[in-house]
Design a protein around this ligand. Structure first.
Ligand SMILES: [Ca+2]
Length: 570
């Protein structure tokens, strides 16, 4: 296979003048040459689908939050004001067992390709380095490319964290919050709009700017393309660290969290149980578990009021409590502001007369984060907390409470790292109003859902390479009726933490640790480890985990040349 990669032409039969990279050339290397063939293949596969769906395909507004905890929203037991998302929930569906991948970049790969991130080289896997730096195989285009072939126009506003550029991946317009702007909500210096440096603005807050771009783009869509459905991918950077928000928004929550994280967790848990969203006991906060990466020198810059363990609130000093409660106030303000901005985007959709036939989906890319570090422009301890000159993170106390009633945080694959709200709202297509869906699901289910709803059948091959089966299942059936049965199984690996869920059983292990086994039908808090009592089940599930890991590796390298010293994977 290696010879295909070295000649003037590659095995898809088109010339690519640039020198070939180690990984396969993707659209970003020679997009113009690749596009037509892909279009032809897709058009062929769409011939039968076009006729029945024309004019009735739903618009799609796919909203992703960044590092939002499972119970941060009002409609998921939280005390933060989120009236716009709550209204979507009360007129649509809330999924109670939906999952992401525990981290930003693998979640975005899973969400937009429908494959596990490791299958498309967007997260590391034993035997293949990757992290967020891998380039997707050609058979894993983003959802936008499929939808465009079915008549949609696609737009992106916000965080990207996928390989390649938005405009080379099917999006007609994009604002990308990247570089330094990812480390400061008040600075726009390194944002990019439609692939070029975005104009800097004086009054700037990232969450507002993302929504304003979405509104502007949708207005243009209504003016120039009223006959086409839209796919808008609205990817907020909030409430990822640094904790920064407009002062007036923070002031609203200033006194709200004085009673501390233990009380907040208990209250959220009680509301979730009352709403029938969970049925398990609140897990104990793990006093010994701190941030996933130790940065003691950076944490020391934050001063004596910062604590890097979820200590009982009663053990904190008065000045620590004051400092800590303000951190949660900023987090709440960031979520509150995101909800307000979502309201503005929804108002634009309503103004276009498109609200009835727009599928709005809302999820988070991973659980709340226990990370504590100082990046970007640094932290001035004298600056108002939450302002541009401060750089704070939730830390493990508040992160535990934000992920209530699950264990652990972003980066871990225990339930706190991988559980997300999923709100689905679509008046024209979902009859239920305010119902729960207990069917387990994963971000890999979103692409098959969008394909089914828009009448798209994937081609068998893209540029000569077979399109492998994807692990997800369409949620269209769950939109109509709840079926708490998990089809197949769900698989996770991040930073060598690993997990698998089959039915109600979850096998999970920390990096280098022993397998733990939990019965999620009664223990999503992962408090009662049944591994030693059910060793046969552990053996079966661990073998299943391993076989999926091997399959992911096989797929990830299937279109790569074998390099010297590297084992061939067939
Ligand atoms: Ca994230």
């Amino acid at each position: 296979m290696a010879s295909h990669w070295r000649g003037a032409k590659n095995n898809w039969g088109f010339p690519c003048n640039k020198s070939l990279p180690a990984l396969p050339p993707s659209r970003q290397f020679c997009p113009v040459a690749m596009k037509p063939l892909f279009a032809v293949l897709l058009a062929l596969s769409l011939l039968s689908a076009d006729s029945n769906a024309a004019g009735s395909k739903p618009n799609v507004l796919l909203i992703l939050a960044d590092d939002l905890g499972f119970s941060d929203l009002g409609c998921y037991g939280g005390e933060i004001d989120t009236p716009n998302l709550d209204a979507l929930a009360s007129n649509g569906l809330r999924f109670t067992q939906f999952y992401n991948t525990a981290r930003c970049w693998p979640s975005r790969a899973a969400l937009l390709t429908g494959y596990y991130a490791q299958q498309v080289r967007r997260d590391a896997i034993p035997g293949l380095a990757g992290g967020g730096k891998g380039i997707r195989p050609v058979w894993a285009p983003l959802a936008a490319e499929f939808l465009n072939e079915a008549g949609y126009r696609s737009y992106h506003s916000g965080k990207w964290h996928i390989d390649g550029e938005p405009l080379a991946n099917g999006f007609a317009h994009s604002i990308e919050i990247g570089g330094k702007a990812e480390s400061n909500y008040f600075k726009s210096a390194s944002n990019r709009e439609d692939g070029a440096p975005a104009p800097e603005t004086g009054e700037y807050y990232a969450t507002t700017a993302i929504a304003e771009h979405a509104v502007r783009t949708l207005r243009e869509h209504a003016r120039l393309h009223p006959d086409k459905p839209f796919f808008h991918y609205l990817a907020f950077t909030a409430p990822h660290f640094p904790l920064q928000a407009p002062a007036a928004d923070i002031a609203k929550y200033k006194e709200k969290y004085r009673r501390g994280w233990n009380v907040m967790a208990q209250e959220r848990h009680a509301r979730l149980r009352e709403a029938g969203m969970v049925n398990h006991a609140l897990p104990v906060m793990e006093r010994e578990v701190g941030p996933p990466y130790p940065f003691p020198e950076q944490i020391s810059k934050l001063g004596p009021n910062e604590v890097n363990r979820p200590l009982p609130w009663a053990e904190l000093s008065e000045s620590q409590r004051e400092f800590q409660s303000e951190k949660m106030a900023i987090h709440a303000a960031m979520v509150d502001r995101m909800d307000q901005e979502i309201g503005r985007v929804l108002a634009q959709v309503k103004q276009m007369g498109a609200f009835e036939n727009t599928l709005v989906l809302f999820a988070s890319d991973n659980g709340a984060s226990a990370e504590m570090m100082v990046r970007g422009d640094g932290h001035e301890s004298a600056a108002p907390r939450g302002s541009a000159a401060s750089f704070l993170g939730l830390g493990p106390g508040w992160s535990s409470a934000a992920n209530t009633p699950m264990r652990r945080h972003k980066t871990w694959v225990h339930e706190g790292g991988i559980s997300t709200p999923l709100i689905a709202h679509w008046p024209a297509g979902i009859k239920a109003r305010g119902e729960l869906r207990h069917q387990p699901g994963h971000l890999v289910d979103i692409v098959p859902t969008l394909l089914e709803l828009s009448g798209i059948v994937k081609p068998a091959a893209i540029r000569g390479l077979p399109v492998p089966p994807a692990p997800g299942h369409s949620l269209a059936g769950a939109f109509a009726k709840d079926d708490p049965t998990l089809p197949g199984y769900l698989w996770w690996q991040h930073e060598n933490h690993r997990a698998i869920r089959a039915g109600d059983w979850k096998l999970v292990a920390l990096k280098g640790g022993e397998w733990e086994l939990y019965d999620l039908s009664k223990d999503r808090g992962e408090s009662n480890n049944l591994a030693s009592a059910q060793s046969e089940r552990v053996r079966e599930l661990s073998a299943l985990w391993e076989s999926q890991a091997q399959e992911n590796l096989r797929l990830a390298v299937s279109d790569r040349p074998t390099r010297p010293g590297e084992a061939a994977h067939k």
